[in-house]
Design a protein around this ligand. Structure first.
Ligand SMILES: *[C@@H]1O[C@H](CO)[C@@H](O)[C@H](O)[C@H]1NC(C)=O
Ligand SMILES: *[C@@H]1O[C@H](CO)[C@@H](O)[C@H](O)[C@H]1NC(C)=O
Length: 383
């Protein structure tokens, strides 16, 4: 029943875009955190990420996504008719970067990393990696024609799509005990740094920008676990009010920044995507969309309603309170929005991607000339 519903939804989406496909991007360059990391952090840190990660989709040995399957960026690549993005740091298996490169890494921030950061590749470093990538890609191709197969040609850099999904790791803390002035200060510091990164890319010749705003971070089990001790902290959906309020404020400011960039860069396409609205509608109306669990982690440890404990992560076995426990995965990830209490399942990412592809959550509204085409069955691969 659920499957049928999903199928119909996807079929309708596909039909409505079949004959309106004006924009084609030859390549995608992505900047971000775990929400779009296709294996960067595990390559950088030398981690082999095994099951249950990736169990819902066969990526082969190269999986490094923090999910049971695909991420939004994977579904979007598929909709563009391009192969999955290889992470910049992937040195194994002759990866092709012909159609782009992914600089996003889990745990990354917009602001510079500190000694305590999980990820050293904050936005400025990702942008510096891109500049090195571009300079070397062009230089190497001028020396050897054979490398055309593996590297983007010069016009791919100007015609490519530059995607951003970052900020969630910057916007942290106990918002209940912060004044709105303090939250706004924090957001402005983050966005000033964000702007610097985008400007460098523009100066490098980037002309098509695509940004995802912040998710409804108050509806994430790990945040609720850390900050949800008081019943008065919750809204009617069971999400943390102050966290979602902070995300909304961040998004207002982010939208402002992208509007400003758009007016400055009259020769560029700047697209802002409201993931927050999609996410909140998803949580509120999950059963209508075929999901059973809006907040509880599929893979985790602990009692309902969260099945999450910050002391043990998905897949781990540990001694807690004197006994050995394992954070196991649920039977059917397709019933869950949340994979591990922080990241989303393959099914959830598919749903969010299908909502992006309606064009309704995009500024400028261009549902009539949506650049992506969602295929009913994503059977993408690396090349
Ligand atoms: C912006 O997008 C339009 C299609 O919507 C495209 O024709 C145009 O070339 C793009 N502009 C740039 C600067 O790439
Ligand atoms: C849930 O769906 C209803 C009906 O479509 C809609 O009016 C409402 O805005 C949705 N909830 C959220 C939080 O988006």
């Amino acid at each position: 029943m659920i499957e049928l519903k999903t199928l119909i939804l996807l079929t309708l989406l596909t039909l409505s875009f079949t004959d309106s496909f004006p924009v084609q991007y030859p390549a995608v360059f992505n900047f971000g955190d775990s929400n779009s990391d296709t294996g960067e952090l595990v390559a950088g840190r030398g981690v082999l990420l095994g099951l249950p990660y990736g169990r819902a989709y066969n990526f082969g040995k190269l999986n490094g996504r923090i999910s049971d399957g695909r991420l939004i960026v994977d579904f979007l690549m598929d909709a563009l008719g391009l192969p999955f993005l290889n992470p910049y740091l992937n040195a194994i298996g002759v990866p092709s970067f012909k159609n782009g490169c992914n600089f996003a890494a889990a745990g990354c921030t917009v602001l510079p990393a500190t000694g305590l950061s999980i990820c050293p590749y904050s936005l400025q470093i990702q942008v510096a990696q891109f500049r090195r990538f571009k300079a070397l890609a062009l230089e190497l191709q001028s020396e050897s024609k054979e490398l055309h197969r593996y590297l983007p040609s010069e016009d791919y850099f100007s015609k490519g799509l530059y995607m951003f999904d970052i900020g969630q790791n910057d916007l942290g803390g106990d918002f209940d005990s912060m004044s709105s002035h303090q939250v706004l200060d924090m957001i402005q510091t983050i966005l000033a740094e964000y702007e610097v990164g985008v400007k460098v890319l523009y100066e490098e010749g980037a002309r098509n920008f695509w940004v995802h705003n912040m998710r409804a971070v108050g509806c994430i089990a790990s945040a609720i676990f850390a900050f949800g001790s008081d019943q008065s902290s919750f809204d009617e959906l069971g999400c943390l009010k102050s966290h979602n309020q902070a995300a909304k404020l961040f998004n207002q400011q982010l939208h402002e920044l992208w509007r400003k960039l758009k007016s400055q860069y009259s020769d560029a396409n700047v697209t802002y995507t409201n993931i927050f609205a999609i996410h909140l509608d998803f949580i509120a109306n999950h059963s209508r969309y075929g999901f059973k669990q809006p907040i509880m982690a599929c893979c985790g440890y602990g009692a309902p309603p969260l099945n999450y404990d910050s002391r043990i992560s998905c897949g781990q076995t540990k001694v807690l309170d004197g006994r050995s426990v394992t954070a196991k995965a649920c039977n059917d990830g397709a019933e869950y929005v949340s994979w591990d209490g922080t990241h989303l399942t393959d099914a959830a990412n598919r749903f969010i991607s299908s909502q992006i592809l309606t064009g309704k959550y995009i500024d400028p509204l261009f549902s009539d000339k949506m650049p992506f085409l969602l295929k009913p069955e994503c059977k993408n691969q690396y090349v």
